[in-house]
Design a protein around this ligand. Structure first.
Ligand code: SF4
Ligand code: SF4
Length: 387
């Protein structure tokens, strides 16, 4: 049976699209099917905090029917960029693209908040960020709880992999910005897992932030500069693996025509038959970030990889919507971010799990601010359980 057609857009709302942004917004037929999937609509029960409300505002401003207002811009600010609306939309609205365009227009008419500018400046300088992270005691006074440095990963079993076959494929690994210091252990875990399957990894010099935070804040020039640096750093590489589901889409767009980008978990699953795991001894909770579910779609691969660990007692946390991290949202809107995080933390605490696995660094940093339960990348867990 053919899929039902989306409802037609009301006649009264049809006016010619005046700009590319208005044309993107014009694809919305106002059916409202995305509303139940939107975490901010679920939080506020307010049309203006829904995808449909935001799209209507963007279209009205872009086509000159409405003057931008502080109230309208605040609703746009609250959008998490989780793109759950996009995956639920039957009309094919490219919401992620629309949001970046709308935020770029917003940044032209109103300066970015000082805190956002400071965070973007730091994310664009991963070496400086790494140095600051090492000053743990000093940073403890500057950063929110979840952004403070996490302890280094459990070392047992995570080290250099076995000798590789001479003809082994070498894959480049994306190191990112905040992930550069925070995810060094997870990259070592990935290297060890892939080495066990006969694949070598390399971390090309000169790479930096993917630019997602800059693009979502409306800093298009900053995002372009970061994309350019990564294009240079990864030129000539056969493939790039990305550990953070929140960075993958932006990185892949930046490197289009340069080299393909693949999620590290998807790549690992393709060679999983070459790996053997030893049994797990404790209950583990699993969090699936919005970007992993809706954009990268590596949630199935991760479930299948974890199922290879004998006896693993895995509890998948309920899908309560976005955890509230959403890039810089956790810094810009800490109260809303904590409210979105609360049901997940409640479920985690009730699960009886001794640790939580999550494949996106932004989510891990934010969730860590709400619990004392250990949180790490699934790759850390898998490498630790290599036989
Ligand atoms: S991106 Fe997420 S928060 Fe923003 S409108 Fe879509 S579903 Fe809602
Ligand atoms: S974004 Fe898509 S699902 Fe949401 S109201 Fe518009 S057409 Fe419907």
């Amino acid at each position: 049976m053919p899929a039902p057609s989306p409802p037609a857009r009301p006649e009264s709302a049809r006016t010619p699209a005046a700009t590319p942004l208005a044309a993107l917004a014009d694809r919305c037929v106002q059916c409202g099917l995305c509303l139940p999937h939107c975490p901010t609509y679920r939080l506020d029960r307010n049309e203006a905090e829904s995808p449909r409300g935001r799209i209507a505002y963007v279209r009205a401003v872009a086509s000159g029917q409405l003057a931008a207002s502080a109230a309208g811009d605040a609703h746009l600010d609250h959008c998490l960029g989780c793109r759950r609306c996009e995956s639920a939309c039957p009309a094919g609205v490219r919401y992620g693209e629309l949001l970046v365009g709308a935020r770029t227009e917003q940044a032209r008419r109103r300066p970015l908040p000082a805190r956002t500018r400071a965070a973007l400046a730091l994310l664009a300088r991963p070496r400086l960020l790494g140095g600051l992270v090492r000053l743990q005691r000093l940073l403890g006074r500057w950063l929110p709880a979840g952004w403070q440095p996490v302890p280094p990963p459990a070392a047992p079993g995570i080290g250099p992999g076995p000798a590789l076959p001479a003809a082994a494929e070498t894959l480049a690994v994306f190191t990112g910005c905040i992930a550069r210091p925070h995810e060094a252990g997870s990259r070592a875990a990935l290297a060890r897992l892939l080495a066990s399957a006969g694949i070598a990894t390399t971390e090309p010099a000169g790479q930096g932030c993917c630019g997602a935070a800059a693009a979502h804040a409306g800093d298009a020039a900053g995002a372009r500069a970061l994309a350019g640096a990564n294009q240079t750093a990864f030129a000539g590489q056969a493939r790039v693996l990305c550990l953070a589901s929140g960075c993958q889409d932006t990185l892949a767009r930046s490197l289009a025509g340069v080299t393909p980008v693949e999620d590290a978990l998807l790549a690992l699953e393709r060679v999983a038959d070459r790996l053997a795991f030893r049994p797990a001894s404790h209950r583990v909770a699993l969090h699936l970030p919005c970007t992993q579910r809706s954009v990268v779609r590596s949630d199935g691969a991760l479930r299948r990889l974890l199922a290879r660990v004998p006896g693993l007692d895995l509890v998948e946390l309920p899908d309560t919507g976005c955890c509230g991290a959403a890039g810089l949202h956790q810094l810009a809107e800490p109260v809303r971010a904590a409210a979105l995080r609360a049901p997940l933390i409640e479920a985690l605490e009730a699960s009886g799990a001794r640790e939580l696995l999550s494949a996106n660094i932004g989510c891990r940093l934010h969730l860590a601010g709400g619990t004392t339960i250990r949180i790490r990348h699934p790759l850390d867990f898998l490498a630790e359980h290599l036989a």
